[in-house]
Design a protein around this ligand. Sequence first.
Ligand code: 5RP
Length: 212
Amino acid sequence: MAIPNLQVALDHSNTAEAVAAAVSVGNEIDIVEAGTVLMLEVGSEVVQILRKLFPDKPIVADTKCADAGTTIARNCKNQGADIMTCICAAEVATMTSAAKEIDHIQVELYGDWTYEQAQEWLDNGIEQVVYHQSRDALLAGVTWGEKDLEKVQKLIDMGFKVSVTGGLNLETIELFKGVDVYTFIAGRAITEAENPAAAAKELKDKIKELWA
Ligand code: 5RP
């Protein structure tokens, strides 16, 4: 089983803070994400800055695209992104048209989705999903648990590369020990820590320890 990647989600509301955070944690993480909050606030041009800062790391544009897949994917690719996200409620046509323009599409799993839909994504060449506990659901009291592990495992068994995200920290990552997670995506646990680089290193070390 491979050691899962660590992806930092930059969900700042301005470019300067996002870039400062990215620079401080860049050595500790595998994948850089321009978060939805950041992209909605400052636009996809921030991806271009991240690309220049990290020429050798995969860059994710977390657009959660619901429509106009071709245009949005082309714009993200032109800015330097390798990966773009589509919301699970999007039409398969949106996902596949986006997939023609950018290296990888990841389907963001929120709310209601079915394994039948997931199979359709696979059948159409979409092989990456992000299993997501929504920030708002977590704030409303939802917690990570067995139900999530079962769904993540089932998606892996179907053949997906599964990223996991939503309020992750050292404890929640531990729940996934033994599960072939592709990437853990952490935002606030890193960017809002007193020492973001140290927090990222701690998460990465924990992942290495658990998956060694
Ligand atoms: C919100 C997101 C976040 O980027 C992702 O959930 C990681 O952030 P955090 O670890 O702070 O929850 O996609 O929609």
